[in-house]
Design a protein around this ligand. Structure first.
Ligand code: ADP
Length: 479
């Protein structure tokens, strides 16, 4: 029995055919710490030592000598033993062969697996509903999939190198090549839309070609992989959209023409009538110069309005911002009633105005407000065309600090069931109507931060209302 304290060592000498015989392996030195560090020196056979935890240890039964201990060595045992079977050379050879065999088997299995993965990958590339290709780092094509071969009729050999270019539409080729060369130089992915010729009927289809570089771990380009997907349907849709956009533009032009004729009809009519009237006054014997002068003034007013309308439309076309100026609404109402008086009279309509004093000013495009008033008043006059009646234009302040203008007629009232469509463009119940007046008015009023709507009167007729916000910054100017 050998007693040892922590830090002490037991030294054992092994005499065996195999130098790494470790007497502890099959002997009951059971308290050796699992993490003991073995030191190893070779000055006499092989010496093994381990730090021991405190405890008692049974030396091996075949120890035949115990040399004296010292220098922290608790005991020295000299062990004679024959190697165990796993310590023999033939076992080691077998074990090595077995390990090598396992490694070989593993590699073989991986290769089979990779082979089948590669096969699956190839199959996927071959059968995918797109055309795929790969190229060397210099852009030289080396592979095309079945999709490509079937569509273009060019097999792998015919497509190799630059052969694939024969399938590209001549108009698209130089642009594509420019981009492709740029990608090859920079390593940036390629993305390009081009037409490719279909072998069966010679028709060109639109494709989106994309190509991406495969790089090694240092970033060097190894290959390029690419695919071209059919975007013929998308292209058709785009072309259709472009055609529609064109049709829309034509429509918008139609709208513009409709709105120009609508806005200009009145001042033109007014000036023609006033010109005729002035002519009549001049032909009087003696000529009534005062009346002729008045008529001429009205012609000038109408002409000025017409040219302002044209200017405004032109600036609308140029997308110029509308004018912003301080506007006293009552002035605009008075101007417009003055302008439309004779037109109203012609239809047996009398115009009344009921204007509230001290209304706040508003910031607006004056001509656009004139247009709104003219649209609403002309509509009112028109609906009383056959019956005659009264058109009342009223201004009053509203709860939001701005003002409300109402145009009230004694006509037939709003078209039943259609009241919510009146402000839509092209909605009209008149055989010659454009359906633009109210929709233009609505966009003008709303662009100024106001509202516009229509109601049926309790008695006869309809009332059109619009509101405008006060000129906040220039409130002082209203006082
Ligand atoms: P248009 O006068 O060219 O038809 P508008 O946009 O000016 O276009 O008006 C659209 C429709 O609104 C008119 O066709 C008419 O049915 C209705 N409407 C407009 N003003 C009145 C009104 N004062 N009374 C009744 N209906 C009106």
């Amino acid at each position: 029995m050998i007693g040892a304290r922590p830090g002490q060592r037991i030294v054992l000498f092994a005499f065996s055919g195999i130098w790494w015989v470790q007497p502890f392996v099959n002997q009951p030195f059971t308290r050796v710490q699992p993490d003991s560090t073995w030191s190893n020196s070779t000055h006499f056979g092989t010496k093994y030592a381990a730090l021991l935890v405190e405890g008692n240890y049974q030396p091996p039964a075949n120890i035949n000598a115990l040399p004296p201990a010292g220098n922290g060595v608790v005991a020295v045992a000299v062990v004679n033993g024959s190697p165990e079977f796993w310590q023999t050379w033939w076992f080691l050879l077998l074990a090595t062969l077995a390990a090598a065999g396992m490694v070989a088997a593993y590699f073989f299995q991986r290769m089979v697996l990779l082979g089948s993965e590669e096969k699956r990958f190839r199959e996927a590339i071959e059968t995918m509903p797109a055309m795929a290709f790969s190229a060397r780092s210099d852009g030289h094509w080396t592979f095309v999939n079945r999709g490509w071969v079937e569509f273009t009729g060019l097999n792998v050999a015919q497509s190799a190198g630059v052969g694939w270019q024969t399938a590209v539409h001549p108009d698209d080729l130089s642009h594509l090549l420019n981009k492709w060369l740029r990608s090859l130089a920079s390593g940036e992915p390629l993305e390009h839309e081009l037409r490719i010729r279909r072998v069966v009927d010679g028709a060109h289809h639109w494709f989106l070609m994309r190509s991406q570089a495969l790089r090694d771990m240092h970033g060097k380009i190894l290959r390029w992989y690419g695919a071209a997907t059919d975007i013929e349907d998308r292209k058709r849709a785009e072309q259709l959209q472009a055609a529609l956009a064109h049709a829309n533009r034509v429509n918008t032009m139609g709208e513009l023409v409709a709105s120009i004729s609508h806005e200009l009809a009145q001042p033109l009519m007014a000036s023609t009538m006033n010109a005729k009237a002035s002519l009549r006054w001049l032909q009087h014997e003696p000529p009534d110069l005062a009346k002729a002068r008045e008529g001429t003034k009205k012609i000038i007013e109408a002409g000025t309005l017409a040219s302002e309308i044209i200017d405004r439309l032109r600036s609308l076309y140029k997308k110029a911002p509308p004018k912003r100026e301080l506007v006293v609404i009552n002035e605009v109402v008075v101007e417009m009633t003055g302008m439309l008086k004779s037109e109203a009279r012609r239809h047996g309509v009398s115009i009344r105005i009921d204007l509230k004093d001290d209304l706040p000013m508003t910031v607006a495009d004056r001509v656009q407000l004139q247009q709104v008033l003219m649209n609403l008043m002309l509509n009112g006059i028109e609906v009383m065309n056959e019956t005659g009646g009264v058109l009342t234009v009223k201004s009053q302040s509203n709860a939001l600090g701005g003002f409300e203008v109402t145009i009230n007629d004694t006509g037939p009232g709003l078209p039943p069931g259609k009241a919510d469509q009146l402000f839509e463009a092209f909605f009209t119940t008149k055989p010659q109507g454009s359906g633009m007046g109210l929709s233009i008015s609505k966009s003008i009023i709303e662009a100024h931060g106001g509202h516009i709507w229509a109601t049926n009167n309790e008695g006869r007729g309809a009332t059109f209302h619009f509101t405008m916000p006060p000129a906040v910054e220039d409130q002082s100017a209203t006082k």
